[in-house]
Design a protein around this ligand. Structure first.
Ligand SMILES: Cc1cc2nc3c(=O)[nH]c(=O)nc-3n(C[C@H](O)[C@H](O)[C@H](O)COP(=O)(O)OP(=O)(O)OC[C@H]3O[C@@H](n4cnc5c(N)ncnc54)[C@H](O)[C@@H]3O)c2cc1C
Length: 324
């Protein structure tokens, strides 16, 4: 079994999730004693591509195409499936990121492959069978998926696997895939960023606030805390429903699912629908004036008190610690 790993880039730069998937795929490749081939689509400099060797890729297939420098779901899926066949790969690994969620089932369909999306662990391998753990029922349970098909696709949950640098450079090979006109029937012409702040789905630290903040005029202290920490801001659903914050910040079952290293929840009760989107965070800190708030049950650290008192003090302490 040979492995192909798809590495995402934004404006020619690799995201952390790219290094995660290469490290993860390398762990599988080592287990089955095979080489790892990566594929990159868009316009990434050759020296950046070669650096994927530092995470375990031996070779990088470079689809350097200006038309494809922004994500095009159908076209990317066709290219990755064709590259898998070209590389003789029976396992395709990618990130279960926003674009990965659209790509993985399409690639699986094209390769007639079994799919494990949102994988949390390196698979256990018994002959042709791969078993992978993932969360189920909005993070309330774990499921183990067994892939027994000859082709397989695994989409790794962001932040689930540690980036491992091993040194080395990959060889870079130009790859031209056949793209059907229908693959390009919908293309992204331009991306205008709404903010230059840290992107929520990829943030390592998230400062999130709920209805306990009383109104939109009080979000300054949340943004200041987020700025000091280099964090993204988020909110509970009623907050975005009320128009206090943009919908893009709403996390939970019906919003964005995040898994940062640190999630700070301020004035959020911890309803199950909210927890569904945040409970895979590595460390959860809860600030709430009600000691019975359900969020404390899943918190690693809890502060019982008034957010209007605690948040500014926390920000000041962090500024002093960082010498700001
Ligand atoms: C189908 C469905 C889907 C849903 N999807 C989502 C979802 O995706 N995401 C989501 O968030 N919700 C979702 N909800 C709503 C969810 O059930 C809760 O109603 C919501 O999460 C509550 O938001 P909140 O914690 O901000 O507000 P509240 O429940 O009103 O809690 C406010 C909290 O702030 C605390 N507080 C008040 N004042 C202060 C203060 N001065 N200092 C510190 N703490 C204070 C209170 O003690 C309380 O715990 C969904 C609901 C349904 C039915």
């Amino acid at each position: 079994m040979s492995i192909l790993v798809y590495v995402e880039n934004t404006d020619g730069k690799f995201k952390k999730s790219a290094f995660e998937v290469v490290s993860y795929a390398k762990a599988i490749a080592d287990h089955i004693h095979t080489d790892l081939t990566a594929i990159s689509i868009g316009q990434v400099a050759a020296d950046e591509l070669a650096k994927l060797g530092n995470y375990g890729a031996t070779k990088v297939l470079d689809v350097n195409n200006e038309q494809l420098s922004t994500f095009v779901n159908q076209a990317y899926a066709s290219i990755i499936a064709e590259a898998a066949q070209h590389a003789g790969a029976s396992l395709v690994v990618l990130s279960n990121s926003f674009s990965g969620k659209g790509l993985a089932p399409r690639i699986a369909t094209k390769l007639r492959a079994g799919l494990a999306d949102g994988a949390l662990t390196v698979p256990t391998i018994e002959g042709e069978k791969l078993s992978v753990k993932k969360t189920a029922f909005s993070n309330k349970a774990f499921a183990t998926l067994e892939l027994t098909s000859s082709n397989k696709v695994i989409a790794l949950a962001p932040n689930a696997y540690e980036v491992k640098e091993i040194g080395g450079q990959a060889t870079v090979e130009a790859f031209t895939a056949t793209i059907a006109p229908t693959d390009l029937s919908t293309i992204v012409k331009e991306i205008v960023r709404a903010t230059d702040k840290v992107s929520l789905p990829e943030a390592e630290i998230v400062v999130s606030a709920g209805r306990g903040l009383k109104g939109p005029e009080n979000w300054g202290m949340i943004e200041e805390l987020a700025d000091v920490l280099g964090a993204a801001t988020a909110c509970s659903k009623p907050v975005s429903d009320a128009g206090w914050r943009p919908h893009a910040e709403h996390v939970g079952q019906t919003g964005i699912v995040v898994s940062p290293n640190l999630y700070i929840a301020v004035g959020i009760s911890g309803a199950i629908q909210h927890l569904a989107g945040v409970s895979s965070s590595k460390t959860i800190v809860v600030i709430n004036k009600d000691p019975e708030a359900p969020f404390f049950k899943v918190a690693d650290y809890g502060i019982v008190g008034d957010a209007f008192d605690i948040v500014p003090k926390l920000t000041q302490a962090l500024k002093a610690y960082k010498g700001l």
